[in-house]
Design a protein around this ligand. Sequence first.
Ligand SMILES: [Zn+2]
Length: 143
Amino acid sequence: MTADANLDEKRLEKPRPLPTPTTQPFWDGLAAEQVRIQQCLDCDGWVFYPRSRCSHCLGDRLEWRTVSGAGVIFTFSVATQATFPAFADEVPQIIAVVELPEGVHLTTTIVGAEPEAVRVGAPVEPVFDHGDDGLTLLRHRLA
Ligand SMILES: [Zn+2]
């Protein structure tokens, strides 16, 4: 195999999240089929994406809480062309922002649904997509 062929193969790999010490509890939760988000011990605010300081009061006393991960579709878009060549097998891809009851928004993909069935405000529930690399991605399906 030539160097160019290696490069082409590399380009077709789907990019995967890279856990950090700050985000590791989120990824560990998904591996255990739990959705974990942070809550501030100072102001009770819910925080997502994972970070080291509260997005409401900048306090640094954040604790991980397990939540249902169910919510409603806040907005969505249907990608009819691959957003990256490696995602061609997922087209049409329903990319959504889901609002959890805790008030945070998370970006996800809606699986197991035809694009025509997806509506803003539709209730969704989490789907845990376990990858071969040990990483689990959070997706959602219509509830
Ligand atoms: Zn806070």
